[in-house]
Ligand binder design. Structure first.
Ligand code: TYD
Length: 137
């Protein structure tokens, strides 16, 4: 897997004058079973999140409110995304280094994940990540 496997996925949107509705089903709208949900909020201006990769974890990130930037890196190529709507998100495949920054005030970053929290799945050193990513090819 590489950066070409990470992509924006559109979500169903039920438009209604009384408010819109979006839903997400595992293995249907995102390419994995959803085992965990977490969210970042009250992020101070100028903060940077992420700065790590996951060995096995699949994730899907949505800007539930506001906006932020995500930079992906598979050890070879980098790609930038800007998320600012709650009816689409970014699928991030395993072995992708990600940095999330440029959070707008009041933004909420929702993350769907394919597994429960496991610190052993993280790679928090970029050189370690790049070494493994390049060896895998
Ligand atoms: P981390 O994933 O490093 O945050 P980010 O990528 O947003 O910068 O997690 C920050 C801390 O929160 C870390 O100590 C682990 C803890 N944590 C959990 O306990 N459970 C979770 O599901 C997540 C995502 C993090």
């Amino acid at each position: 897997m590489g950066i070409q496997d990470c992509r924006i996925l559109d979500l169903p949107k039920i438009d209604n004058p009384s408010g819109n509705l979006t839903f997400i089903e595992g293995q249907r709208h995102v390419p994995f079973d959803i085992k965990r949900v977490y969210y970042l909020y009250d992020v101070p201006g100028g903060a940077e999140r992420g700065g790590h990769a996951h060995r096995e974890l699949h994730q899907f990130i949505i800007a539930m409110s506001g906006s932020f930037a995500i930079e992906l890196d598979d050890g070879y190529q980098k790609k930038q995304y800007h998320l600012n709507r709650s009816y689409y998100g970014l699928y991030i495949c395993p072995m992708t280094w990600r940095v999330i920054d440029n959070f707008s005030s009041g933004s909420v970053c929702l993350v769907l994940a394919s597994a429960r929290y496991d610190e052993a799945d993280y790679i928090r050193n970029y050189e370690t990540f790049a070494g493994i990513a390049r060896k895998d090819r």
